[in-house]
Write a protein that binds this ligand. Structure first.
Ligand SMILES: *Cc1c(COP(=O)(O)O)cnc(C)c1O
Length: 369
């Protein structure tokens, strides 16, 4: 038996006929750039998330950059982010000329709100939490800190589509947030894609122009400097189709997480994410199933020998641990966690029997191994 960490061909193969039909209808209409498919998809995701506006962009990293730039973040500014994130979070801050300031992760694997205030200087302009693994951070605390110090809030919600905290959706807590449609994300397209959510109409108008060379969407007039970061209309058509089934996608992901939890919770060598219904204030969408494991590296080898794919995310390093980026930070808890974390396969291809087989293999590792 082999259980891949992620089955990329299945993304297409599962609904091949439907996708070919979408390609055919979009192609025959010649609807390649910024057509109704894109406008509809933007409106669908915004409505679903309870945001006033959605802006399709080429990828979530671009979206973060556009958002920060539209919000006036630039050279001389510092933005606090959680070091347990993809390098893209910090990369977007760096790309607008600002300084990314890494913060410690908490035991929930998200930014530790209690460690934010110690990082605030007179240059700090914003906090940018990552809603990682499909779970929203402690937004009450983070918003209170932002308000107290007059800071803006931006969200890296690349992994957070549909995740909520006290009834509010990832990407809608501050000035804006970005969703990624990278193929392995909860809602994945056939290449790169992203979307910015915002409730701020001024930012929305600015970003609509910035993603299209600075052109005003109504008049075509150049209203400022921009770039090209459009979401392809064809990708939007495919995403719009997949999004119709998004509640089922999330329900299946939560069922898999619940199954892992039931099967693994008795193993003392592991720390599991909270099961789906653990916290009434949160709705997690389980973009990943990331666990802490004693003897993590050996466990990975053990699983791999049994044909089971797993992933040590970002090479087991937090962003401040890449020497080339020269981000000096003392984050002992983050570094401890990075040495313990591993992701188990959680995707729409995996069957319940396969989840059980993964759990059996983990159980045998800690019992005999
Ligand atoms: C995937 C991801 C990104 C980048 O998204 P792209 O669409 O690939 O640019 C940024 N941050 C996090 C946390 C991600 O998981």
């Amino acid at each position: 038996m082999t259980i891949p960490f992620f089955n990329y061909p299945a993304l297409f193969g599962d609904q091949e006929e439907k996708f070919v039909e979408i390609f055919r209808t979009v192609g025959r209409r010649g609807a390649f750039i910024m057509q109704d498919d894109l406008r509809n998809f933007e409106a669908e995701v915004a409505a679903y998330s309870g945001a006033a506006h959605g802006i399709g962009v080429a990828n979530a990293t671009d979206g973060l950059e556009l958002l920060l730039a539209a919000g006036g973040i630039g050279p001389g500014d510092e933005v606090i982010f959680c070091s347990h994130t993809m390098v893209a979070t910090a990369g977007a801050i760096h790309s607008v000329g600002a300084t990314p300031v890494p913060a410690e992760v908490g035991s929930d694997h998200l930014i530790d709100a209690d460690k934010i205030e110690g990082l605030i200087t007179e240059r700090t302009r914003a906090i940018m939490p990552t809603q990682l693994n499909g779970r929203v951070a402690d937004m009450d605390k983070i918003l209170a800190i932002a308000n107290k110090h007059g800071l803006d809030l931006y969200e890296d919600a690349a992994q957070g589509l549909g995740a909520s905290y006290k009834g509010r959706f990832a990407g809608t807590f501050g000035k804006g947030g970005c969703i990624s449609f990278y193929p392995a994300k909860n809602l994945g397209c056939f290449g790169d894609g992203g979307l910015v959510l915002t409730n701020d109409t001024k930012l929305y108008n600015a970003m609509m122009a910035m993603r299209d060379h600075g052109r005003d969407p109504q008049t075509g007039e150049i209203v400022g400097w921009g770039r090209n970061s459009r979401l392809d209309n064809l990708q939007a058509a495919i995403l719009s189709h997949l999004f119709k089934g998004y509640d089922d996608i999330v329900a299946r992901r939560r069922a898999i997480a619940a199954r892992y939890n039931r099967r693994l919770q008795h193993i003392n060598s592991l720390v599991l994410p909270p099961p789906p219904d653990a916290d009434p204030a949160r709705f997690d969408v389980f973009q990943n199933y990331e666990i802490e494991a004693d003897r993590r590296d050996e466990l990975k080898v053990h699983l791999s020998a049994r044909g089971i794919g797993s992933l040590i995310q970002w090479g087991g390093k937090a962003v401040h641990q890449y020497p080339a980026l020269k981000l000096s930070a003392h984050l002992p808890y983050t570094e401890e966690l990075m040495a313990r974390m591993i992701m188990l396969p959680l995707n729409l291809s995996i069957t319940d029997d396969e989840v059980d087989a993964v759990c059996d293999a983990i159980e045998s590792f800690y019992t005999h191994g």
